[in-house]
Design a protein around this ligand. Structure first.
Ligand SMILES: C[S@@+](CC[C@H](N)C(=O)[O-])C[C@H]1O[C@@H](n2cnc3c(N)ncnc32)[C@H](O)[C@@H]1O
Length: 285
């Protein structure tokens, strides 16, 4: 049966360019090399839908041609397309006060140890910034001393959003009211469906593009690192590489928090487990 009625039809852009198995394999290998991310076989539909629009914009007839473009290391123009592909293929779900028990732990167990000191924190897969700003609200309210936060992510687009610190108003739902009123401003007029993290907090949170698989030497060293909900995308060798890279940027006695569904078993023996998802470098609590 062929549906055919005047004035009702799908535009051409709804016709997806097919992703063949061999092409899917090539893109998976490329993403693994570039970001350490392992895509499961059931992610073929996701890759098709996330990259299809890009193939159309570039007027490329097939995924093989797209792969040839992004994998051509000699072509400097391809570098921006490689970043574009990473932006499209990474999953950036995040929200304010996610896994809230970590922030209680920071308040009750981490901050007393750094009372009166400068505390350096790192949100190591910060996505659009909610995690770093959540931490900023907790530190601004509870840390007796100075502090700074670095947020990094491999996705360049989310880093730009994070720097702005502007979010749809529904995202405020998880922020306790006293923090929301103290550290965020509600938009007015045509911005009434948005809110913004206030300048005082934003000025203490810096966001930078960085790949956890190949970190720059000059990143600094940190007392508290949040590495949450990113290792789920890595296989064991990628996890080992990333955690070793992170530990090189931690101060002795520093805390490392990972996602509640993640574990460092078989990944490193350099940190001590304090409680599920909470580790410390070279010291017990
Ligand atoms: C699901 S989000 C987690 C955000 C936040 N940490 C949280 O728990 O809500 C995962 C983030 O990891 C980033 N990511 C994936 N691979 C990465 C890599 N190799 N280096 C840096 N960031 C990476 C993605 O771009 C994405 O923004």
């Amino acid at each position: 049966m062929k549906c055919n009625e005047a004035e009702f039809l799908w535009p051409d852009s709804f016709q997806q360019i097919p992703l063949h198995d061999a092409e899917f394999q090539l893109i998976c290998q490329w993403l693994y090399q570039a970001a350490g991310i392992r895509l499961a076989a059931n992610k073929k539909a996701l890759v098709t839908s996330r990259l299809n629009g890009r193939l159309r914009e570039l007027q490329l007839p097939s995924f093989r041609r797209y792969y040839e473009l992004i994998s051509n290391a000699q072509d400097t123009l391809a570098a921006s397309e490689r970043q574009r592909a990473i932006d499209l293929l990474t999953t950036n779900e995040t929200f304010f006060f996610r896994e809230d028990s970590h922030f209680s732990f920071i308040r009750e167990a981490v901050l007393p140890r750094f009372r009166g000191q400068h505390l350096k924190c790192w949100s190591a897969a910060s996505s659009t910034g909610e995690e770093a700003y959540t931490l900023a609200m907790v530190l601004a309210s509870h840390h007796q001393g100075s502090w700074q936060i670095l947020g990094t992510d491999i996705n360049a687009e989310v880093i730009e959003k994070a720097k702005k610190g502007i979010y749809p108003i529904q995202r405020a739902e998880n922020i306790p009211k006293h923090y929301l009123h103290q550290y965020c401003l509600k938009g007015t007029g045509d911005k009434s469906l948005q809110f913004k993290v206030c300048r005082e907090l934003r000025s203490q949170v810096e966001f930078r593009h960085a790949n956890l698989q190949q970190l720059p030497e000059r990143l600094g060293s940190f007392d508290l690192v949040l590495l949450r909900n990113v290792m789920i995308y890595f296989d064991q060798p990628s996890k080992q590489r990333v955690v070793a890279n992170i530990i090189r940027h931690m101060n002795a006695g520093g805390f490392l928090l990972i996602g509640h569904a993640e574990s460092l078993t078989g990944v490193t023996d350099k940190v001590n487990l304090l409680q599920p998802s909470v580790y410390r470098l070279g010291a017990k609590l």
